[in-house]
Write a protein that binds this ligand. Structure first.
Ligand code: GDP
Ligand code: MN
Length: 394
């Protein structure tokens, strides 16, 4: 779950990271009042969960409260990368002498958190990473030790930061690490971390992503979720506890368990097909949940066949089969559906599926058989036709 800039900065402040004074406004009048209260020039910043707001015109300087009101009115009527701007952050403007980058993320290959810094912060950090990666300095963090002060100084020295700012930089880096760790973040980033007169450091922009799987430990953060910024599919999936990731293939997948879902996708590819999605239906397979999963899968127009691979353990196959029949009544699949149902009471489950009406349903016993059938039905790849085919039911 992504936090807005103003939410990220409020979180940073709790960890001793200096941020500009400022408040959120939902109307031009409010923006004017905030600017008046701050009594200084301000920056008016669109609060939408996309990057590159500056370049898109969503961040502008206002010298007077009147100007802040006008600019807020313009920004509040904008749509940035498809998302309407509903709120603006009105921050005291900073006099920027240099823009640094400081971020923490997970290096999955190393299985460690990595801290990164650059003297070339600001709006083009992705470009810096691509064209001059040597300008980004990294340190790898040992989980049992956390980010050490000497590592923060390694970053400060590596980006050529003036020595007078090392202590402050170190305090910010350690604060950011604590913020990252205590909140189960997968990303915590300050860009730009500005050098302002003093000299001093100030976090002018913040981006934090919280691991969805850890949100239950952070009800205060979970409450910050902005439902307006989710796509309809993301919202639907979350509501039913389904993990869904859309991909670009044409075989929809509905599987229980993330590992089995990945294995299913691998086998589809092994037989020359392409999965249209990753979908872990989670525990149990009630009719509502199967129907929701089917709606998600079918919302993708590329889907030409659906493969349902369910291992019935605690939830028995007969219950799952009944759930599927009820779900097919709620959401009628417009494409053929291959079902592989194994585990507890699988014979009963398959017998129940024989009763399905109005859906091109194929049952398979092995995963190989199911994958080949799905690939054949989706009309690409080289699904073998030599298997004794499960017959079609209408
Ligand atoms: P992003 O484009 O979505 O990453 O938004 P940022 O908050 O990073 O702002 C983009 C750019 O706007 C920054 O890199 C700065 O150059 C500029 N900016 C942001 N805040 C201020 C400010 O207080 N004063 C000045 N002069 N420029 C700012
Ligand atoms: Mn930024």
């Amino acid at each position: 779950m992504k936090l807005h800039e103003f939410q990220s900065k409020q979180l940073f402040a709790r960890y001793g990271i200096p941020i500009p004074r400022g408040k959120v406004a939902t109307s031009p009048e409010e923006a004017r009042a905030i600017a008046k209260e701050l009594g200084k020039p301000v920056v008016v910043k669109a609060q939408v969960l996309v990057g590159g707001r500056g370049k898109a015109g969503g961040i502008r300087l206002a010298r007077t409260p009147e100007e802040a009101e006008q600019i807020a009115e313009q920004i509040l009527s904008m749509t940035l990368k498809g998302l309407p701007v509903r709120r603006v952050l009105v921050d005291e403007a900073a006099e920027i002498q240099a823009e640094l980058y400081l971020g923490l993320t997970i290096d999955r290959a190393r299985r460690r958190v990595v801290a990164m810094a650059s003297s070339a912060g600001g709006v083009d950090i992705e470009e810096v990473a691509r064209t001059t990666p040597e300008k980004i300095v990294r340190v790898i963090i040992e989980p049992e030790l956390g980010l050490r002060e000497y590592q923060a100084r390694t970053l400060a020295a590596g980006i050529g930061l003036d020595r007078s700012l090392w202590a402050s930089f170190t305090q910010i880096a350690l604060g950011l690490y604590r913020c990252f760790e205590e909140n189960d973040a997968t990303l915590a980033e300050i860009n730009p971390l500005a050098v302002v007169p003093g000299p001093a450091l100030l976090a002018l922009d913040g981006k934090v992503i919280i691991d969805d799987n850890a949100l239950f430990r952070h009800p205060d953060l979970a409450a910050m979720r902005d439902e307006d910024e989710e796509t309809p599919t993301e919202r639907e999936a979350r509501k039913y506890g389904i993990s869904y990731v859309q991909l670009d293939g044409n075989i929809g997948c509905m599987v229980n368990g993330a590992g089995l879902a990945m294995a299913t996708m691998d086998i589809i590819q092994l037989y020359g097909g392409r999965p249209a999605n990753f979908l872990d239906i989670g525990g149990g397979a009630s009719a509502e949940r199967v129907a929701a999963a089917m709606r998600l899968i079918l919302s993708d127009p590329n889907v030409k066949a659906v493969l349902i691979n369910i291992f019935g353990g605690i939830t028995r196959c007969d219950e799952v089969a009944r759930g599927m029949l009820a779900a097919f009544e709620m959401v009628r699949p417009r494409v053929p559906v291959v079902v592989r149902l194994v585990g507890t009471n699988e014979a009963e489950g398959r017998a129940i599926l024989q009763q399905a009406q109005g859906v091109a349903l194929y049952t398979a016993t092995t995963l190989v058989e199911a994958a080949q059938q799905a690939v054949r039905l989706a009309g690409d790849g080289h699904g073998s036709s030599a298997i004794s085919g499960p017959e079609q039911r209408q």
